[in-house]
Ligand binder design. Sequence first.
Ligand code: AMP
Length: 214
Amino acid sequence: MLGAPGVGKGTQAKQISNVYSIPHISTGDMLREEIKNRTQLGEKAKNYMDKGELVPDQLIIEMLLNRVHKDKHTDGFILDGFPRTIVQVEALEESLVKLDLPINNVIEISLDNEEIIKRISNRRLCPNCDADYNLLNNPPNEDKCRKCGETVIQRKDDREETVRIRLEVYNKQTKPVIAYYKRQELLQKVDGAQSAKDVFNSITMILQNAQYKG
Ligand code: AMP
């Protein structure tokens, strides 16, 4: 699952993961977990994340591949936010060959920058149970999580000035990844301006068609 920050990758990937009963592997979530647990990797990654920059390839690839090789993924998995650079694409491909797992679908959710900034600056997160909120269309209960009651927070990297940096980084480093999968004829684009439900329906249609084609 590819797309600029704030297009709804995480929300969609979680739903797809539930419906298809396959693990959702999000490098952003994994890094936030490392930070929460105050691990060495978390400490290193935090500096980059807070600035809106990508965590260096070497660190992220090692973390992701450990996760991918940990379980037997006979039914596959959904990757959210990885790969984000061409170096990551190459590492992933090498690893998937070893695991004998093909990439079936690459989905890009697209959305224009001003809409992204509006959405992200309204995004809130529960630091306790990781529930996602948006002040515009899915608000918390006042400032409390509707699931566990904890006070919701804004991610440091969701502030407007950092979002603008993240979008630049996306253009420079991740757009070539999109172009690569397009050349491989694996890329399917979904309009992120639709409602979350319609985005989800578009994605399931793509997945069903891919299954049908075998
Ligand atoms: P996300 O939640 O996917 O938007 O990721 C939040 C931040 O984590 C990004 O802005 C990066 O700093 C870092 N990150 C997540 N995934 C990657 C990746 N594949 N490569 C490098 N940095 C990443």
